[in-house]
Design a protein around this ligand. Sequence first.
Ligand SMILES: [Zn+2]
Length: 251
Amino acid sequence: MTALATDREPALLSALGPAAQLALLARALHRAGYDDHTAGHITYAVGDGTLLVNPFELYWEELTASDIVHIDAVGRKLAGRHTVTPAIELHLAIHRLREDVRIAVHNHPEYATVWAALHEIPPIYDQVAATIPDSSITVYNEYEGVVSSAAIAARNIESMDTDKTAAFLANHGVLVFAKNFAHAYLSCSALERRSKLAWQVHALGQGLGRPMDPVVARQYGERMAAREDPWPHLWAAVMRREVRLDPSVLD
Ligand SMILES: [Zn+2]
C-alpha cells in the first residue's frame, strides 16, 4: 500500500476502502483544527445498517486504517481491536434518521467552538466560508451534557432541522454531515476556516467587517453542495498529502 505515497493518480487513492479514507480524513481534519485531545467521532455508514467509527482511545492524528472499528446500528462492536466511545449515541441517531448522511463528524475545533460559545453562526467573509450556505447551518442550543443516552440523542436530532449540513452545538463544538469523504473534508475544514476568519475580522473592531453579498454566497454554496466532488481534486490531494507524510496511515 505504501507505493501510493508516491503515486499521484487520484483514481487509485479514491479507490481506497472506507476505513482507509476514514483514517485519512481524521488525520487531515486534525491538521485543520479538529484536535481536541482524543475527543470527537467520525462515523461512516457502510450502507447495510452498520457503521465504521474511529476508536475511543486514539488521537485522530495517529489513526491507521486497521484502527477503525466496525459497529452495528446500536453501537455494539462487530470488529476491531479498540474501544467504541460511549458518546456515540448522537451519531447512531443521525444515521438512523438521515439516509443522506453517509459521514458524520463531531469535534471541538478551536475557532468554531468560539462561535458555539456565542450561540451564533459566523458571518461569511470569503469564498471558502460560503462553502456551506447559511440555510444549511443551525445552532443547537439545548446542550444536555455528554450525549450518551439513546433517548437524549434521539431528542437532540429530532429537534434539529433534518436538512442541515452543519450544526454549532452551543458551548460544545460542531457536527458536520456529509454524503461522501470529499464533502466531509471540505465542509469541516471550511467551517473552521470560516470561524477563524470571522473571529479575526471582528477582532479588528465592531462593525468593520463587510460580509459577502448573501446572494453570491448562497449561489456559491449551493453550487458546491450539488457536486459529487465539491472542490474538484481536493480530497485526492488531501489523501496524497497524508500518505506522503506518513504512509503507515494505510496500514
Ligand atoms: Zn463533543
